[in-house]
Ligand binder design. Structure first.
Ligand code: GDD
Ligand code: MG
Length: 348
């Protein structure tokens, strides 16, 4: 058993955060996102993992290396240009000789993968797709099944209100290597729009796995990226916990930091400052009487005296001027510099 993580998308919906940081390694509670997926695979005994890259591949390779720091063996494939989801799997064919778990590289979940693998085997399936129920299925791939769990239809991103069920493609597949033969070589090809409909047309054994109560979130938009943090801080991401809540940092005795917040090494929190339900990356400065709440602040950013950052995401090495008011939904790209008294709007 081996794994392939699709991590080549441009992360356009997460811009500006993904201008300098590819989506697969955006920090989630100060850890590169892919480490959560790698841990899920490792927990199921899968250590041979190929990362399928296209956008800013070197940044990802430099961060994760050969995987030995994380107890796995990592290989990389880099498409000259994005080949689509199934095209990326085909492009990695030289590394694939066994049944393979394929992950979309932007889903945070506490899925029990061992159960998925056992069911795939029991069914003698050519392909198994994991499903999850969501409120708004039109942003995803919608999957209809029969009573025996066989996939009947796959509809990628149906028009709003037209989805026949709330069960969507959770972005985890188990594929037998024979599936590779159904994908043309050297061209862009999609699991969602091409391969899955094709499997159904051919009558292949294509099964769905509906896990028991499982946390699931696609982190690919700013709102969901922030949601992932709030869920981790609140401890509701199943068995996944915040790895390191407190690093070594300087905080004034007259500063207020709540129990949930995650604070990395090298931060400075000055008197009268408040950090509530938030994540601070390495070396963040929160000056006198500044307040950071319900927010994520990336490394080396400075929040100056009296500034308020609320329900916002602030990139690396930003400068938030004195008494600035950063409101709900604001997303600041790396190195943004905001003049004193700036107001971004949004409910504070
Ligand atoms: N290597 C590579 N090459 N990876 C790619 C490419 C490509 O050309 N295109 C997309 N990816 C990766 C992305 O980096 C991401 O990790 C994953 O494939 C899915 O792409 P998204 O762009 O995030 O797709 P989506 O969120 O709109 O929809 C997909 O995920 C949903 C679940 O989150 C679909 O698979 C839906 O059916 C599914 O419900
Ligand atoms: Mg996505």
């Amino acid at each position: 058993m081996q794994a392939l993580i699709l991590a080549g998308g441009k992360g356009t919906r997460l811009r500006p955060l993904t201008v300098y940081t590819p989506k697969p390694v955006v920090p989630i509670c100060n850890r590169p996102f892919l480490l959560y997926q790698i841990e899920t695979l490792r927990a199921a005994g899968i250590k041979d993992i190929t990362l399928s890259l296209s956008y800013q591949p070197l940044k990802i390779e430099q961060l994760l290396g050969d995987g030995s720091d994380f107890g796995v063996r990592l290989k990389y494939t880099t498409e000259p240009q994005p080949m689509g989801t199934a095209g990326a799997y085909k492009f990695a064919a030289e590394h694939i000789s066994e049944p393979t778990v394929v992950f979309n590289g932007d889903v945070l979940t506490d899925l029990n993968l061992k159960r998925v693998l056992a069911e795939h085997k029991r069914n003698g399936a050519a392909a198994t797709i994991v499903l999850t129920p969501v409120e708004n299925p039109s942003a995803f791939g919608v999957v209809e099944t029969d009573a025996g769990g066989r996939v009947l239809r796959f509809t990628e991103k149906p028009a709003p209100g037209e989805a026949p069920t709330n069960n969507i493609n959770a972005g985890t597949y188990v594929l037998e290597p024979g599936v590779l033969d159904l994908i043309p070589e050297g061209e862009s090809y999609s699991f969602e729009y091409q391969l899955f409909p094709d499997l159904l047309k051919r009558g292949e054994k294509f099964y769905a796995h509906v896990p028991e109560k499982t946390y699931w979130l696609d982190i690919g938009t700013p709102a969901r990226y922030l949601q992932a943090h709030h869920d981790l801080l609140a401890g509701v991401v199943g068995h996944i916990r915040v790895e390191k809540r407190r690093g070594e940092f300087d905080a004034a005795t007259a500063a207020e930091i709540d129990d949930r917040s995650v604070i990395a090494d090298g931060c400075t929190i000055k008197p009268g400052a408040q950090v509530i339900n938030s994540v601070l990356g390495e070396g963040v400065h929160v000056e006198e009487k500044a307040r950071v709440e319900n927010s994520v602040v990336w490394a080396h950013t400075r929040v100056n005296a009296g500034a308020h950052v609320s329900s916002a995401i602030v990139g690396r090495s930003c400068y938030v001027g004195r008494s600035a008011q950063i409101g709900a939904g604001a997303v600041l790209g790396d190195k943004t510099s905001l003049t004193d008294y700036t107001q971004t709007g949004g409910a504070l």
